[in-house]
Design a protein around this ligand. Structure first.
Ligand code: BGC
Length: 316
């Protein structure tokens, strides 16, 4: 009986993840744009855990490299993955604009590529049948941020001057996530019929320290005129929160603060009221989908071009 159960379990693993035994497991090369990124740390940790624990891929078959936010460095890492003959690549580009050259190299070597987190432009996605993108539609996250503000009791106009005066702290503007979150958060406010006024918009490159510096600058420049600080991610919102406290302002009483990702710290802050809201960027759903698709591609199955994972609005 035990043997039958074991066999059924093994078959289940094969069915779910496409891998039979350790010996014939595929070699997977994973290139992450920067290990120091809070969100991508959660993502790659879960990706590695899922591949090994749930899909039964031996740890030695998975190599995860830190691109250190340097495209030249990451290109070298991808070149060595190709030279090592990996069966599939999972790539979080440093610069989305490098997609075309990566696709050409991988195609020439017959290696499928699963792009994650930083979406290549549609023209590049059309270059090969053997690639896909797994991610979340950043328009949705921006829209949710704007809706959270529009749903507050004073519709975002916390100082009551008739307009929603906002500060926008952007991620790396080359990333579509930064572009769409910046655009769609404000679009949700105007779609709700609210008057908006941009006081300040600068790039914080997804970074907590930069988020704090920029928010401090904006707060000293515009003071009580600011109703809302939108941050394209939670790391920058954590920094902005520190600047808000340093400026003697109180979230929920005289200013609103928004992020995206739903890092554990930020979830706790939303519960405590020290952050107005965030948006869950589902690193679990995305990493599992990326792993499942990568294993299928490594086994020679055809991929869809896009796999989308939903964002979720997070308020108190
Ligand atoms: C996340 C950011 C992260 C970025 C990295 C975004 O989707 O929201 O926190 O820094 O991806 O590319």
């Amino acid at each position: 009986m035990k043997k039958i159960i074991a066999l059924v379990m093994a078959l289940l693993v094969v069915a779910l993840c496409g891998v039979a035994t350790a010996e014939d497991a595929p070699k997977i090369g994973v290139a992450i744009y920067q290990f120091a990124d809070n969100f991508m740390t959660l993502y790659r940790t879960e990706l590695a855990r899922y591949l090994t624990e749930d899909c039964g891929i031996p740890a030695e078959n998975i190599v995860i490299m830190d691109g250190k936010n340097d495209q030249a460095e990451q290109t070298n890492q991808i070149d060595s993955f190709i030279a090592d003959n990996v069966d599939v690549l999972i790539i979080n580009l440093v610069q989305s604009s490098s997609a075309a050259s990566v696709i050409q190299k991988a195609d020439a070597a017959g290696i499928p590529v699963v792009f994650i987190n930083r979406e290549p432009v549609a023209d590049d996605m059309a270059l090969s049948e053997n690639i896909c993108y797994v991610g979340a539609d950043a328009r949705q996250s921006g829209t949710f941020q704007g809706e959270i503000v529009a749903e507050t009791e004073n519709k975002g106009d916390i100082n009551g001057n008739g307009t929603v005066d906002y500060v926008m702290i952007m991620g790396d503007p080359e990333n579509i996530d930064a572009q769409y979150r910046t655009e769609y958060s404000i679009k949700a406010l105007t779609d709700a019929g609210l008057a908006v006024n941009k006081l300040f918009e600068q790039r914080g490159d997804w970074d907590q320290t930069k988020g704090q510096e920029l928010a401090a600058t904006a707060l000293s420049q515009y003071g009580n005129d600011i109703d809302v600080i939108f941050c394209n991610n939670d790391a920058m919102a954590l920094g902005a929160y520190q600047a808000i406290v340093d400026a003697g302002r109180v979230v929920g009483e005289d200013i609103y603060l928004l992020g995206v990702d739903c890092l554990d710290e930020c979830k706790a802050m939303v519960e405590a009221g020290t952050m107005t809201g965030t948006v869950l960027n589902d690193h679990i759903g995305q990493s599992h989908t990326a792993a499942d698709v990568a294993l299928k591609a490594a086994a020679g199955e055809k991929m869809e071009k896009y796999y989308w994972v939903d964002y979720v609005k997070v308020t108190k």
